[in-house]
Structures are given as structure tokens and as C-alpha cells.
Design a protein around this ligand. Structure first.
Ligand code: AMP
Length: 543
């Protein structure tokens, strides 16, 4: 017997229609590429998303045709999120920090037919557009009078001219909820990038789950600042969960420096912000020397790479801001776990609570996870056994776009490439990317642990641990360190800082001071490039 409830597809168009109807005056504020602050409402976004849909119909784009974006976080990008996906096309967000050759490769692989870009990226587009024959229409996200005449890009129109004359009502198609909605390529540290192709259903389920109180806890009383880019994994789904709840959205545009982010948080009454650790480092770096405080910010979600304990401490102790450590990946839409305590943990002493907060957190409803040894045998959830992390759930990829790379699943589980422990309460802790683990004397050393200790030293701005070949131990860890401006620490001082903080054999063999650690397109440390840079390095006991 079937239930007798209404059958209704879970569609992205329903989010923007809901936000329009029930939170029409909810604010959407953006710092624009031009530097000024733009203000609109959910109704304004909905109206223009419908105009986007008409503009795409005008180009005779078919169901599931791809529309690329190279854009910062802002209202026009948000309109594209709903207008493109809502009308049955696939929104393909492209990371502008990639090399032009890589971007051209991705655009061609996706067969984008329209490509919308912020004016910041005009030179970038000029560099690769001739290599992208599938693109029929280039759209500059600007007013008509801001579009130069001599760009050399054929079929280029300004966004405002493109959507300006279009009708503001639209009948959103009643799609199958499994229809593709958006596409995001993985950062692809090895081989070509692969596309994660999200569906309307996976996106809505992810938005429901991510808004839960134990996840991001998004509500109509929030003003959210997604510093996480809309060009990478849909800004952690915040555009969708904000529309679902009617939260105010505050977009930082291209200004991600500490001063600009701080000013926006204060001016717009931001209650909740989400970003990768490097962005928060810049923010704290701006606030600390000047003694600035937050007046409205209550919580931040930090993920994308491990959040250093020193950062959690600073936010909580010095600024009264709750840090929620999150883990996820492109293939997971992206959220897998989020770290919030259970009721029983509230009675624990502060230090023990802190040990839990450092972990990447508990499974969100919808996601299941397990850890396995190299033979695929499941490992116990004892908080100690570390193994390869596998996940499954309705917003986890089943296959990559165009089935690139074959079937990625192992018995229905997606291997994340991360190594983790899971404790008896279900708290997962990433100890490493499997390729970054330092294997020393048959034991594994977590590069994240080594980095976190260095980061706790007051003179250290950034730390990256890598394994270096050793004839006896197989590999030994070294730590590469960037010092804070004006601060100093010697190799010996830093190595002695490790004593008592970790097992002796896990203390790195050396410290290499550097001006900068290479960072990839999604703000993560590029250890592959770091290893290349240190190709001629020899450990102290081998010199
Ligand atoms: P991406 O698909 O580019 O978002 O990268 C996903 C990868 O980032 C994961 O597989 C992890 O290796 C890493 N990652 C994401 N969040 C965290 C976190 N909170 N701690 C440690 N690593 C993380």
C-alpha cells in the first residue's frame, strides 16, 4: 500500500518561489566588484532569476544544457543559481583560480553553451575564450555601460542588457527531481578534474539537512556571510539553505581581506559566517592587533581543511564566537559531518570539550560513514583506529560526469581518500589525506597533528608537514613554516615546542622556514608542489 500524500518533485525552483512568497522582503546584500554595496531582496532575486530563465529560453538552450559561471559571491551569481537550475539547465560553477588552460579544458569537457563572468575575470576569459567553441553566448556580469567595446570576445553581452527586457514571470518546469541541476569539478590534484553532477533532489535534501540545528542551524533570524565561494561546491549549499529559511544573505564579492570582511560583518549584522581557515586567519590577523570585537557574529562554520586548535580557541575565548568544525568534499555536495556536542558532553570539563570540538564531527542525517583497513575490513569506532574513510548517502556522487574514471564506488560506498578515526559517540576525526600520511617505522604520523602543534606557537602563521624518504624509517616528517610578520622563532625553539605535546617519534626531524606555502585553487595547501620545491632536500641525519 502506498501512502496517500501529494507527490511533488523536490526542485530548486521551489526554493526561490518559497523565498519570494514568504520572505520577499528578506535582504540580499552584496559587495560588488566595483567596490560599492548593492542591496536587494529575495523577491528581487526571484524576479531576476525568472528573467534569467527567459534569457536562456531565448537562446533555445535545451534541458540539461550547461551554463558556466566564473564569478564571485554576489546577487547576480545568486540569480543564476536559481534561474539556470530552476529552468532545467545545469549551472556549472568554475573556479577562477585555476590556470586558463585548465579552465578551457573544464569548459570544453562540460560543453558549456553560455558563460557568465564577473568583470574581474575579463582578462582571464580573453586568455582562453578562443579555445572554447561550445560557448555560444558570453555574458559579462555588469551594467551595459560598464562593458568595453573592444574586448575581442565574440557574442558578448552585458548581463543587464541580456535579462533587462525579459518578462518577470515564468512557469518553472515540473522536472523529475533527479534531473541534473549543477556541476562542480573537483580540484584534481592528480589527473584531470572530474565533475560532480548534483541533482535537484540531492541539492534540496542537502539544504534540508544542512539547515538543521546540529548542522549549520540556519534560520530566518540569521544574516549569513558565505565567504566560501559560490564557485566551489555551491558555497557549501548556503544559497539554497538561506532561500529555504529566508535568512538574510551577505556576499563579500572579491574583497576577502580581513578588513573588508570585518567591516561587512559589522555593517550588516552578520550572525553566522562560513569559510576555510585561511580566510579566518586573515580576519583574526586584522582584528587582533587593533583590539576589534564582533557585535553580532555568533558562530562560524570552518571547514575545507583542518581547523587549527589555536583558531577555535581565539574565536571562542577572545571573541565569544562558536566555531563549528565541518568536513566535506565536492563529491558530497559538500557536507558530511559537522562538530556539535551532544547533551552529555556539556558537563565535561572545558579541555575535554575542546578535544571533541577539534574533531571534524558527527554524521549529518543522510550520510553514513565507515573506516576500513587496507584489506577493506571495517575498523572499530574507538577513536584510535585510523583507516580509509568511506561514505554513502543521497547527496554523495554515484559516478562522475560522463562516467569519467569508471565506477568510483566500493560496494556502494564512496572512498573519500581521507584517513580518519571515529569514536564511540560517532565523532570523526580526519588524521590525513591518504597520500599525505607520513609512514614512519610502520606507524602512521598524522601530518595534521604535526601542523596543529606548530600553529599553536605564537610566531607561526602557517605550517605544512610532509614526509621525506628515510633509509631506516621509510619516511620522517618535517614541518615547513611561515612565520608571522615581525615574529621570530628558531628551528630549535620550535622543535622543543613539540616536546610533551606529542610522542617523541612523531616530532618532526626538521623545520624548514619559508616565505610562503603553495596554496591551490580552493585555498588548500598544495603539498604536491611543496614536495617538488623540496625535491633536493635531505634530512639532517642524512647530510
Ligand atoms: P574539496 O573537494 O576540494 O572540497 O576537498 C575535499 C577535501 O578537503 C576532503 O577530502 C578533505 O581532505 C579536505 N577537508 C575538508 N574539510 C576538512 C576538515 N575540516 N579537516 C580536514 N580536511 C578537510
Amino acid at each position: 500500500m502506498f501512502g496517500l500524500m501529494q507527490q511533488q518533485s523536490l526542485l530548486i525552483s521551489s526554493l526561490i518561489e518559497f523565498a519570494d512568497r514568504h520572505h520577499g522582503d528578506g535582504e540580499v546584500v552584496s559587495r560588488r566588484v566595483e567596490g560599492d554595496i548593492h542591496r536587494t531582496t529575495w523577491s528581487g532575486v526571484a524576479r531576476r532569476a525568472r528573467q534569467v530563465a527567459h534569457a536562456l529560453d531565448g537562446l533555445h538552450l535545451g534541458l540539461s544544457d550547461r551554463v558556466g559561471t566564473l564569478a564571485w559571491n554576489g546577487y547576480r551569481h545568486l540569480e543564476l543559481y536559481f534561474g539556470v537550475s530552476g529552468s532545467g539547465r545545469v549551472l556549472h560553477t568554475i573556479n577562477p583560480r585555476l590556470h586558463p588552460e585548465q579552465i578551457a579544458w573544464i569548459v570544453n569537457h562540460a560543453e558549456d553553451q553560455v558563460l557568465c563572468f564577473d568583470m574581474t575575470f575579463l582578462p582571464l576569459v580573453q586568455a582562453f575564450q578562443a579555445k572554447c567553441p561550445t560557448v555560444r553566448q558570453w555574458v559579462a556580469l555588469c551594467d551595459s555601460d560598464k562593458l568595453p567595446t573592444d574586448t575581442g570576445i565574440p557574442n558578448l553581452i552585458s548581463y543587464e542588457a541580456w535579462i533587462g527586457g525579459q518578462p518577470t514571470d515564468y512557469n518553472w518546469p515540473q522536472l523529475d527531481e533527479n534531473t541534473a541541476s549543477s556541476l562542480c569539478y573537483t580540484s584534481g590534484t592528480t589527473g584531470n578534474p572530474k565533475g560532480a553532477l548534483y541533482s535537484h533532489r540531492s541539492t534540496i535534501l542537502h539544504a534540508y539537512a544542512s539547515a538543521l540545528p546540529d548542522v549549520m542551524g540556519v534560520s530566518a533570524r540569521d544574516a549569513i556571510l558565505p565567504v566560501v565561494p559560490m564557485f566551489h561546491v555551491n558555497a557549501w549549499g548556503i544559497p539554497y539553505s538561506a532561500a529555504m529559511t529566508g535568512a538574510k544573505l551577505v556576499f563579500p564579492g572579491p574583497a576577502l581581506d580581513g578588513k573588508s570582511v570585518y567591516e561587512l560583518i559589522e555593517a550588516e549584522g552578520v550572525t553566522f559566517a562560513a569559510g576555510v581557515p585561511t580566510v579566518w586567519q586573515m580576519l583574526l590577523g586584522h582584528m587582533m592587533p587593533t583590539g576589534l570585537k564582533f557585535s553580532t557574529l555568533k558562530r562560524t562554520v570552518i571547514g575545507g581543511s583542518a581547523c587549527p586548535p589555536a583558531m577555535i580557541d581565539a574565536f571562542r575565548e577572545d571573541y565569544g564566537v562558536d566555531v563549528l568544525h565541518a568536513w566535506g568534499m565536492t563529491e558530497l555536495s559538500p557536507l558530511g559531518t559537522l562538530c556539535t556536542l551532544k547533551n552529555k558532553h556539556l558537563k565535561l570539563p572545558a579541555a575535554e570539550q575542546m578535544r571533541l570540538r577539534l574533531k571534524q564531527g558527527r554524521c549529518i542525517y543522510g550520510i553514513d560513514m565507515k573506516i576500513v583497513d587496507p584489506n577493506g575490513q571495517e575498523l572499530p569506532h574507538d577513536g584510535k583506529s585510523a583507516g580509509d574513510l568511506l561514505v554513502k548517502g543521497p547527496w554523495v556522487v554515484a559516478s562522475y560526469f560522463k562516467h569519467e574514471g569508471g565506477d568510483p564506488l566500493v560496494d556502494g560506498w564512496f572512498p573519500t581518500g581521507d584517513v580518519a578515526t571515529i569514536d564511540a559517540d560517532g565523532f570523526m576525526q580526519i588524521t590525513d589525506r591518504s597520500k599525505d600520511v607520513v609512514k614512519s617505522g610502520g606507524e602512521w604520523i598524522s601530518s595534521i597533528d604535526v601542523e596543529n602543534i606548530a600553529m599553536a606557537h605564537p610566531a607561526v602563521a602557517m605550517a605544512a608537514c610532509i614526509g621525506v624518504k628515510h633509509p631506516k624509517w621509510d619516511e620522517r616528517p618535517i614541518v615547513c613554516v611561515v612565520k608571522k610578520p615581525g615574529a621570530d622563532v628558531t628551528r630549535e625553539e620550535l622543535l622543543s615546542f613539540y616536546e610533551g605535546r606529542t610522542a617523541k617519534w612523531q616530532i618532526p626531524d626538521d623545520v624548514v622556514f619559508m616565505d610562503a606555502i603553495p596554496i591551490g585553487a580552493t585555498g588548500k595547501m598544495l603539498k604536491t608542489r611543496l614536495r617538488d620545491q623540496l625535491a633536493d632536500y635531505t634530512l639532517p641525519d642524512q647530510r
